[in-house]
Design a binder for this molecule. Structure first.
Ligand code: ZN
Length: 647
């Protein structure tokens, strides 16, 4: 349970953890201005980095999707860990010994998450993988497994490279082996290595050929298992059930071996099975991976994008705008109807992805494994090299249904495919496909263009697409803050709200540079409701006087605590938003200017109020009141003049 680790230990972990290292292990970060780093967001799909990390503050914020938090939150969200697990993992890294609050309640049954549990499950999987691998070449029973591999031209060294193993028949070989090594039944169940039966746990995989599935770091998180025996009534392939380690929407078989090549070549080849991954790698296509028991989805795409996502300096195709053209994602489909359907289905999803997506289909419909056996490794490489863009594949597959030798067939074919071309959002690419389509069907370019623009104007069936956050905001480079619906966000062009926003950024990030006068500002110093609410929280947290005594991360947390959950994302965002000027030498001066501008605005408002009050007071009827109003106005004007004179 979350609150059980001592608070000061959590703070120590927060302070000692270098967020740029934690995030940097998953996302390629590049310096973006002083004190700030940027990368492709791991939480949504994007091509232009809007995921910002400020190491000094210990926080991240994505200006595309609004995800934000500190290192603990990052690990929780990305790895699906509980708070205690995340703190435990980070504590291990930065060498903080965690202590736990003693439970005051009488119930001795309070269960706390063991922060080392994840590591235990990873270890159990590793030991299981070693056991299976050992079985493949040591047990007589595994002969059928060895034969299966040999029939596909895989030798012993190949099997070892991919840690292929064999799960013996019988109900409890692995269970007993792991229990003898000290793993508990609960751990084996949690790792998905055994299943709960009526007479106790039994081995999840029995009498099957086994491929360990690893994450990008090489840790075994689950297994894929192929049926070998007729009497096995299970499906051809079995995978580990969903566990805290194994999420089928995220795992990719071979990613640990492929990740270097993926980053280097900016290309990933998606094949359909374990043996295809092996065949591809052994044929020199080292960026091959396969999904495990599910279709390639948005989560997979995100992981691939992250591995390829080397933008900015250092290779890759660069556009003049500095935007990277990104890499290629190549799908190999065996040319059957199912594969084509999969490609067509993929067409309905994220288009920014599609511009990089290619399809490789062997002429005789062979998969990489068959191809390597029949024609050798060069044929596998040729398959991949012969890829065609997904758009082209989908359109030409559709055209095959029509008789293009008849006028009627050509007209129908145009109607059917114009929608695809109209759906291409990239203008230049759309125009290219208008020309190609005209050529493929044998029609005049203008005729095709007319049909396509007709579809654009009156979409026959608007493409149903998920209104996922990534879809809506991915392109937005504008750091428009997202707040909870309870607060109305100011127009970014409102100059007063803008100054207030800058002031809050400065106060949260550079309390040591904020002039003392800031703490004397009352509740009306900020006029934009949402910024005023955050100013209230700053005052409740003790103002910059407190802020100066804390590490920046501690100060931001203190304000967050006062502000409450609804404002938390916004505070996070403020704490990573770069100021227009943040070079070390001039930051103090810049911050002082921002606060002065804020105070100036407040005084100007007060002067306007005082002036209007003065005009409403009758000097003859109420001479005293008039004099007081006059003095108040003069005092305010003097204050403002002095403020403007200090420079
Ligand atoms: Zn994002």
């Amino acid at each position: 349970m979350a609150g059980l680790i001592k608070r000061e230990d959590v703070e120590a972990v927060r302070e000692r953890t270098r967020i740029e290292d934690i995030v940097g292990a998953q996302v390629t970060l590049k310096p973006a201005g002083v004190g700030s780093m940027k990368g492709l967001c791991p939480f949504h799909d994007e091509r232009t980095p809007s995921f910002t990390v400020r190491p000094a503050v210990g926080r991240y914020h994505c200006f595309g999707c609004g995800e934000s938090g500190d290192a603990i939150a990052f690990v929780m969200k990305l790895d699906g860990l509980s708070f205690a697990e995340a703190v435990g993992m980070l504590a291990d890294r930065c060498g903080v010994q965690l202590r736990y609050e003693e439970s005051s309640g009488a119930s001795g049954n309070v269960r706390r998450d063991d922060p080392g549990r994840r590591q235990r499950l990873i270890d159990a999987n590793r030991v299981a993988a070693e056991y299976y691998a050992e079985q493949l070449f040591s047990s007589a029973e595994a002969k059928s497994g060895r034969r299966f591999l040999a029939e596909r031209s895989f030798g012993r060294a190949d099997a070892e490279k991919f840690s292929v193993g064999y799960a013996p028949s019988g109900w409890n070989h692995l269970r007993d082996y792991l229990q003898a090594k000290g793993y508990t039944q609960a751990e084996l169940l949690a790792a998905g290595l055994v299943k709960q039966g009526q007479r106790g746990p039994y081995d999840a995989f029995r009498g099957r050929l086994i491929w360990p599935i690893r994450d990008t770091s090489g840790a075994v998180v689950g297994f894929g298992a192929r049926k070998l025996y007729e009497e096995d009534n299970g499906p051809k392939f079995l995978n580990t059930t969903e566990t805290s380690l194994y999420k089928k929407s995220q795992v990719l078989y071979g990613v640990d071996l492929a990740k270097k090549a993926i980053a280097r070549d900016k290309r990933v080849v998606i094949v359909e099975g374990y043996t295809d991954v092996m065949a591809a790698h052994l044929s020199g296509v080292e960026s091959a991976v396969a999904t495990c028991g599910t279709a390639f989805g948005a989560d997979h795409a995100r992981i691939m994008r992250r591995l390829m996502g080397d933008f900015g300096a250092g290779g890759g195709l660069q556009l003049a705008s500095g935007q990277s053209l990104g890499g290629e994602v190549i799908f190999t489909f065996d040319g059957d109807a199912a594969g084509q359907k999969a490609a067509l289905r993929a067409f309905g999803e994220d288009q920014r992805f599609h511009a990089q997506t290619f399809v490789a289909v062997a002429a005789d419909g062979m998969d990489p494994c068959d191809l390597r056996i029949a024609k050798g490794p060069a044929a596998v490489r040729a398959l991949v090299d012969g890829r065609v863009p997904l758009f082209e594949f989908v359109i030409r597959t559709t055209l095959e249904r029509f008789d293009l030798n008849s006028v009627e067939g050509r007209v129908q074919a145009l109607r059917e495919t114009a929608g695809y071309v109209a759906g291409i959002r990239d203008r230049a690419m759309q125009d290219g496909y208008v020309r190609s389509l005209a050529g493929w069907i044998g029609l005049d370019i203008e005729e095709v263009r007319r049909e396509v623009s007709h579809v654009v104007k009156s979409p026959r069936k608007p493409q149903e697409r998920h209104p996922a956050r990534s879809e809506v905001r991915a392109e937005s480079q504008d750091p428009a803050p997202q707040a909870s619906p309870a607060y109305h966000l100011p127009n970014p062009r409102d100059p007063v709200a803008h100054t207030e926003h800058l002031a809050l950024v400065a106060v949260l990030q550079y309390p040591q540079h904020i002039p003392e006068e800031f703490d004397m500002l009352g509740p009306s110093a900020f006029t934009t409701p949402v910024w005023r609410a955050i100013h209230d929280a700053i005052r409740a947290a003790g103002g910059v006087a407190t802020g100066r005594t804390l590490a920046t991360s501690g100060w931001v947390s203190a304000v967050e605590t006062q502000a409450g959950e609804a404002l938390s994302p916004l505070i996070n965002q403020l704490s990573v938003t770069p100021l227009p000027e943040d070079r070390e030498e001039v930051i103090g001066r810049y911050v002082a200017d921002v606060i002065r501008a804020l105070r100036d605005l407040g005084l100007t408002r007060q002067i306007a109020d005082a002036r209007s009050r003065l005009m409403r007071t009758d000097a003859t009827a109420n001479p005293d009141e008039h004099r007081v109003s006059m003095e108040a106005l003069l005092a305010l004007e003097t204050t403002r003049r002095r403020l403007r004179e200090t420079d």
